[in-house]
Design a protein around this ligand. Structure first.
Ligand SMILES: NC(=O)C1=CN([C@@H]2O[C@H](COP(=O)(O)OP(=O)(O)OC[C@H]3O[C@@H](n4cnc5c(N)ncnc54)[C@H](OP(=O)(O)O)[C@@H]3O)[C@@H](O)[C@H]2O)C=CC1
Ligand SMILES: CC(C)=CCC[C@@H](C)[C@H]1CC=C2C3=C(CC[C@@]21C)[C@@]1(C)CC[C@H](O)C(C)(C)[C@@H]1CC3
Length: 613
């Protein structure tokens, strides 16, 4: 080692990056080029530190009980960033370190330190991950996991340490004078580190606080607008403001009753001990929740119920004639549910909140959702709402629109356009329910809190705006030529193929990275222990599933023709939604995977449309 301040073998105190915690470490080497020391903590964790993050052990006061213990040794009372246990399993070291600061620093210093902590980058050390590992079928052998579990392995067998991390600041923070806090003063607070990721400030999505006000007002207003438009002979954006019906027409006790009954019926099916119990992805706490994935059974039973109702003489066109009242009832239920979710989240343990789910802005948190997986016993509210009442309701409403079209147009059978829209969307929903387990690896289930956005999205937005094409066709017939029909069907099938195979590929890989069926795919390892697919569909664009979904959306609008913009609403909304979702996901993945994500983006250059975007 060249002549530098600390020599190989020196026992010194190393600052845990982004925090004011110092632990005893041994210097392993110094890299003159990067000016970084590689140090090893007592639990076997290796990090790269700058000189100013290292102090002579002599400068620290000693107390026999705990001073010289490494983070990994303080079993009983504290957890260190370096030795997060399974309770904190999916947190990156940077996140943990950031949480440490929120707990330890007085508020005046806290912001500056948090900023610094969030600028820490976690990336794999090149020398521990040979270049050929980067992209040649080396799926990680274990269940996808994380820093914490790796660290646990390290503790058990330090000599087999495969998980080194290189923590560097993105920007040099110049005068980062850290108040030294003695380790023993921090023990109790450290114990809380595992629990506080939601407290880490993350950039606010959706326009932040002001955006939340806007969306809370705009989304219901937009649903009202389109629902009122679709009834008009000539729906247009220019009809603004639309003629509002009298206030009392919005409320209909019977419609409300039907919506409640529908929800209860779906809830009943959900709790039936029929169908698989699937495991969700590991949570921060290391826990894996179980989900009853009997969605396909639910849609079958719902179809039987619908058929029985028609058979018994129930006129399903009621749904068409009471659309506004049913939408109002669903809106009320989603609003009540959102309030319940917000209130219960105040009592939720911090580790149960979504990352960034505690911004401190009441309205923003209410909108975005705080709790990640709110459950009443084993009843998972987010999973249920996302997959059942709204999604299956969407098909029921479409079917009712087909009946309404026949009734109003005096047809013996629904039009081709109506049949296409019904079949295409039914296929989409049935596929989603058949592959219900795959939703457990989507953003909504893994990252997003459950609040107004999703409650309203699932219970109002999906059933009452995704059905607009069918509703539109009831009173705006659009005959289709055979070539047009064949083209639309082909488009739908191509889109569906891309959508399904790419989603299944990712889902299978996340569930079992060493699945032999995927062994031909190349991957990039990340410091979290998870890898990223870099060939197959996920090597074509970064969101192949969005591409397939967009092609399908196109096939849903085409049968409605080009006379009005309204049936194209879904397509336009969907482009905006997916582009925004892609950028949210990029931010989230960059946070999680650091330089490995950048490498993925360099390798797979386009986001959704190859060669275009
Ligand atoms: N009809 C509708 O209204 C909507 C439909 N959708 C559809 O739902 C489906 C799910 O969408 P969504 O949840 O947004 O996104 P994805 O299913 O694409 O999930 C994104 C996550 O996948 C993982 N990932 C990203 N890149 C890779 C890679 N190269 N290799 C392995 N894993 C990777 C990351 O999570 P990690 O690494 O943590 O596993 C990332 O956060 C899509 O098909 C979408 O089209 C979505 C929204 C609305
Ligand atoms: C503007 C607003 C209120 C947005 C909320 C967005 C939600 C409507 C969507 C977010 C992700 C969704 C997914 C589906 C439906 C729409 C929402 C809830 C989905 C269940 C549709 C069926 C698919 O097969 C799917 C399971 C992949 C999909 C998952 C994401």
């Amino acid at each position: 080692m060249p002549s530098v301040k600390y020599q190989r073998g020196d026992m010194v105190m190393g600052r845990w990056p982004g925090s004011s915690l110092y632990y005893e470490v041994k210097v392993l080497s110094f890299d003159a080029k990067s000016q970084l020391y590689t140090v090893i903590y007592k639990d076997g964790t290796e990090l790269e530190l700058r000189e100013q993050d290292i102090k002579n052990a002599a400068g620290f006061q000693t107390r026999s009980r705990s001073r010289s213990r490494s983070p990994g040794r303080r079993r009983s009372r504290s957890r260190s960033p370096a030795r997060t246990t399974r309770r904190t399993s999916s947190r990156t070291a940077a996140a943990v370190a950031a949480a440490a600061i929120t707990e330890n620093a007085p508020s005046s210093r806290r912001d500056a330190r948090l900023k610094e902590a969030l600028e820490v980058r976690l990336s794999p050390l090149d020398q521990t991950i040979p270049a050929e590992n980067n992209s040649n079928n080396k799926h990680e052998q274990k269940e996808e996991n994380n820093t914490a579990n790796k660290v646990n392995e390290v503790e058990a067998e330090p000599e087999k340490n495969q998980s080194r991390y290189n923590l560097r600041r993105r920007k040099d923070d110049g005068d980062a004078k850290q108040a030294e806090v003695k380790p023993e003063q921090l023990e109790e607070k450290e114990a809380k580190l595992a629990a506080a990721p939601a407290a880490i400030p993350t950039p606010l999505d959706f326009g932040g606080k002001i955006g939340a006000y806007f969306w809370l007002l705009f989304l219901p207003a937009w649903v009202l607008f389109v629902v009122l438009q679709v009834n008009l002979e000539d729906p247009s954006l220019a009809n603004f403001p639309p003629p509002l019906p009298p206030l009392e027409t919005f409320w209909d006790a019977q419609a409300f009753g039907f919506v409640v009954l529908w929800m209860l019926f779906q809830a009943l099916i959900y709790i039936l001990p029929i169908g698989r119990l699937s495991e969700g992805m590991p949570l921060r706490t290391g826990e894996r929740l179980k989900y009853r994935t009997n969605g396909f059974f639910a849609i079958l039973l719902s179809s039987v119920l619908a058929a029985a109702a028609v058979h018994q003489g129930f006129d399903l066109t009621y749904i068409h004639s009471h659309f506004l009242q049913l939408a109002t009832a669903s809106f009320l239920i989603s609003a009540l549910l959102s309030i319940y979710l917000f209130v219960r989240s105040r009592y939720a343990a911090p580790e149960h909140l979504a990352f960034g789910g505690n911004s401190g802005h009441v309205l923003y948190d209410f909108f975005k959702g705080r709790e990640l997986n709110p459950r009443v016993k084993s009843f998972d509210l987010k999973f249920f709402c996302e997959m059942r009442p709204g999604l299956i309701g969407w098909c029921l409403i479409n079917f009712a629109m087909a009946l309404a079209e026949m009734k109003l147009q005096g047809l013996d059978a629904p039009s081709y356009s109506m049949i296409l829209v019904n079949l295409f969307q039914l296929l989409y929903v049935v596929d989603g329910l058949w592959n219900e387990e795959a939703i457990l690896t989507t953003m909504d289930l893994m990252h997003d809190g459950f609040g107004f956005m999703l409650a309203f999205g699932d219970l109002v937005w999906v059933p009452f705006t995704y059905t607009l094409q069918a509703y539109y066709l009831v009173s705006h017939p659009n005959p289709l030529s055979l070539p047009a029909l064949a083209t639309i069907v082909t488009l739908k099938l191509v889109g569906f193929y891309i959508f399904r195979t790419s989603n299944s590929q990712k889902n299978a890989f996340r569930r079992n990275p060493s699945d032999p069926k995927l062994s031909h795919l190349n991957t990039i390892p990340t410091a979290t222990g998870k890898s990223l697919l870099v060939s197959g569909w996920w090597g074509v664009v970064r969101h192949p599933n969005y591409l397939g979904d967009l092609l399908m959306a196109l096939a849903w609008s085409l049968p409605c023709g080009f006379s009005h913009l309204l049936p194209w609403y879904y397509m336009i909304y969907f482009i905006i939604l997916l582009v925004h979702r892609d950028s949210r996901d990029m931010t989230e993945c960059r946070r999680k995977y650091g330089s490995a994500w950048d490498e993925y983006c360099r390798t797979v250059r386009y986001r959704i449309i190859p060669g275009v975007y």
